[in-house]
Design a protein around this ligand. Structure first.
Ligand code: PHB
Length: 393
């Protein structure tokens, strides 16, 4: 009888052993990274670039760190959509049990998710969103991109030093635009410059024509511009050309969001000569950038040109890999933040260090001029400001 029971349970025992060994062969669970970005809607190019940068990093460095596979879960906010971003973050944390939240192309979405990171104790890696205040909203946020004050201040300093006396400002009417306007005005007027006027345009579908006409009528020496990366740069420059403002002698100066690499060829010749300040240009001459651009093409094909958001995605992944490596695959949020504070990267943009105090990058801000190189338009670096911290806090 005993023998009979033993024989009957034998297949089950064998099956259990087979399952256990299959699990052992598969290794520990993957580390899930929840990436929250707009992949559709008016800012789809932001999500497209960030995820292309993530893909590039994984292609170049493999998908396993400290014995744990890295699994990327991309969620589309269709944004700007803070409510959707928050709900997606809650789902990722509760249901998918992600160990990192990442992405964040748009400031309102990053701000909406900050309390989720705090409550769930999940490290949140910002790959673009650039309003200064974001990192103050949760101790679990680290930013691998830039801030608007960090690049707008150097633009004002450069302009004041190079004979620009009077500037009109035009920015998108939300966090990064307000930050850019505030820091530009502060630095420019402190250096003796005058502000001829200021316009804030809606974030959603702005019609630039009437604003551009107002600037033409005011006839300033230059206009300082921040619009979010993507199609708005092309739309602004189209209105600027159609209204004949360049011919009237008004120069464009901007943060590099206006002339970002993916849009530049779409803007076309109207962009030639525009001077901008930013942390990344595809024309940056370094071995790290050459390797990045080659890997980007290999991972994503030729249709998309890598821009600063792709680099934000790439460097954000580098930061996540470093945390996983240093913590030997066992992620604890507080220990993760200790790794992120002071983290140094040899980025395609140049060296960067995450400020241990603010969790924002300290980096070089380059002054660039749009030129044609080998048949394409590029932001060619010709001056720089070293070790720039976010001046916004
Ligand atoms: C942002 O929403 O923080 C943002 C979006 C696009 C940019 C820069 C900042 O080019």
């Amino acid at each position: 009888m005993k023998m009979f029971i033993w024989l009957r349970s034998l297949p089950w025992a064998l099956a259990a052993i087979a399952i256990a060994s299959a699990l052992a062969a598969a290794g520990p669970d993957p580390i899930k990274v929840g990436v929250i970005v707009p992949m559709s809607g008016p800012f789809a190019s932001i999500g497209g670039e960030i995820t292309a940068g993530i893909k590039t990093y994984i292609k170049q460095h493999g998908d396993t760190v400290a014995g744990r596979k890295i699994e990327i879960i991309v969620k589309d906010t269709t944004g700007p959509s803070p409510e959707i971003a928050k709900r997606l973050a809650q789902d990722l944390v509760v249901r998918d049990k992600v160990e990192f939240l990442a992405g964040f192309g748009l400031t309102p979405e990053a701000l909406a998710v900050a309390p989720v990171a705090t409550e769930a104790k999940t490290p949140m890696v910002i790959m673009n969103a650039a309003t200064s205040i974001i990192t103050t909203k949760s101790p679990y946020i680290a930013r691998l991109s830039f801030t608007l004050p960090q690049v707008a201040g150097p633009m004002a300093t450069w302009a004041a030093k190079n004979g620009v006396r009077q500037v009109y400002t035009l920015v998108s009417d939300y966090g990064p635009g307000v930050d850019a306007e505030t820091e530009f005005k502060r630095t420019f007027t402190a250096a003796g410059g005058k502000i001829a006027g200021s316009i804030r345009v809606p974030l959603q579908n702005p019609d630039f024509s009437p604003y551009v006409q107002r600037i033409k009528d005011a006839n300033p020496q230059a206009v300082f511009v921040f619009v979010p990366a993507g199609q708005q740069g092309t739309a602004f420059m189209k209105a600027f050309a159609e209204r004949g403002v360049a011919q009237a002698g008004v120069k464009v100066i901007a943060t590099g969001d206006l002339t970002e690499d993916h849009q530049l060829d779409a803007i076309g010749d109207a962009a030639l000569g525009i001077i901008t300040t930013h942390h990344y240009s595809a024309a940056h001459d370094s071995p790290e950038n050459k390797a990045f651009l080659a890997a980007f093409r290999e991972a994503n094909g030729d249709a998309m040109r890598a821009n600063f958001m792709a680099v934000g995605g790439y460097d954000g992944m580098a930061a996540i890999y470093e945390v996983v490596r240093k913590l030997n695959g066992k992620i604890d949020a507080d220990r993760a933040m200790e790794v992120l504070k002071g983290l140094k990267l040899a980025s395609p943009r140049g060296a960067l260090v995450v400020d241990p105090e603010t969790r924002d990058p300290i980096q070089t801000v380059y002054v660039r001029r749009v030129e044609r190189v080998d048949g394409h338009l590029y932001n060619v670096e010709f001056d720089k400001f070293a070790n720039v911290k976010d001046p916004g806090k």
